[in-house]
Design a binder for this molecule. Sequence first.
Ligand code: BGC
Length: 564
Amino acid sequence: MGWHKPDNVAGSSAPAIMVGLFVATGGLLFGYDTGAINGILAMEPFKEDFSTGFKDDYGRPAMSPSQVSLIVAMLSAGTAVGALCSAPIGDRWGRRLSLIFAIGVFCIGGIFQVCATNVALLVVGRTVAGIGVGIVSVLVPLYQSEMAPKWIRGTLVCAYQLSITAGLLAASVVNILTYRLPSAAAYRIPIGLQLTWAVVLALGLLILPETPRYLVKRGLKDAAGLSLSRLRRLDITHPALIEELAEIQANHEYEMALGPDTYKDIIFGEPHLGRRTLTGCGLQMLQQLTGVNFIMYYGTTFFNGAGVEDPFTISLIIQVINMVSTIPGLFVVESWGRRRLLIVGAVGMAICQLLIAAFATASGNNNQWTQNIILIIFVAVYIFFFAASWGPVVWVVTSEIYPLKVRAKSMSVSTASNWILNFGIAYGSPYLVDTSNTAAGSVDLGSRVFFLWGAFCILSIAFVWYMVYETSKISLEQIDEMYERVDRAWNSRGFEPSWSFQQMRDFGFSDSGIPPVEPQLELQSSHTSTSHSDTAGSSTTNTTSTNSQDAKMLSQLGHVDLSY
Ligand code: BGC
């Protein structure tokens, strides 16, 4: 298990871990908001209050399929917009302030929903809350990866997914507790409760530090040093801290030397920014195309239609599996690495989906009981594989593979692609599986829809093999080096970082980004020294001269790993 703080890492990782875990709870808003609607739509008081005349098969007030699609899907539409807005906001105001702003937007959307007495206001509220969730969904993993020590970075971002699943589960539990209430309280309580954690999170964020990498991007080196000093519990003058800061800064200067940081550059820029953006977008879209939200959003309704008794309880069990199964992923994401976990997960998911679809097709209308058992068991196993792999790891990889200069932009575009597909699936699923033909244009796939998701899981295996670089155990700056030096994703596991961006800066960046002649570098690496001035915490790195005091200090440091 790659969870051991290496003995030679200076300072303490505890503050960064605590901050990372606290910020991860932003996932609760994401999970709760997307999860609550599943049960709310099935509540009698909700249908009575919001129905505009549509009746179900028993003549009771109900929502029409198009209203259901609209209510479910508008949140995802809002999130896509929010994800796209997150980059300009996050780059201008900083990751932390933008997160606080996003939570404010989320709360306004939540208040609209609590007050709503008709579909229109409810949809507006969900869209506004969605914008907040969309910003949060980019900035939480971004914030975490930019401040975490490399040895635990993946696990911290996985904790974000754990919070998403906890939010989904909490929504199910609250729905079950309130759905029997005879009044509007049945649905208003679940909607209103989400505001409580939002307030706690916003208050907590007020006292957390901004990420050191963002501050370096803005040229605020002293502030970056202070932030790093809080996160690493190291004095601002400690050599390990100065070294880490200097490497982040030199790497950023190096990236900027290769070209600007505009939206055009996330596709055409160097080093290999187009490939990286494609990797992030592909992963995020495939995460949705594995069909997870078909189960999350419509699980209750689908199990009901398939004749499963007590679909509410089955959905609750699925949510528990979803949350608990994230934990194995958290444990192995560092030791197995991102690639292996994604491939194993996709193989497991594909097998489950194809088995469900094949059995349903082979049995037709016979063996309904066995079909249901197979459906429930393999949906549960599928969720296990998703939750331990593609659920968390997609967020981990997309928070790591981009260089600082375009990180917010590329993350926002890739996350938006997740939400756009999320929207498509939320909107299209009722039409894909509807067997009663009430929805115009429905394709009547029933359980055969799992063939579709299974096929995308197979595609995902190939995508990971060809596109995803192994990013565990190396710093965000070293990931930049890997993209330059390793041609093929499948060779990335054996990558050993060797460049120092500080050396490259001091010797001048060549056009190709290749570091200067080897002998010079070797000479320098044995003479690299770090000096600092105490004034106002400012520090400078000097690699050309070695004074005796620094040499003594470095010899004492000996085995300390200076790169996070
Ligand atoms: C996905 C969500 C999904 C959730 C399920 C997340 O990683 O992005 O769309 O609902 O996992 O746990």
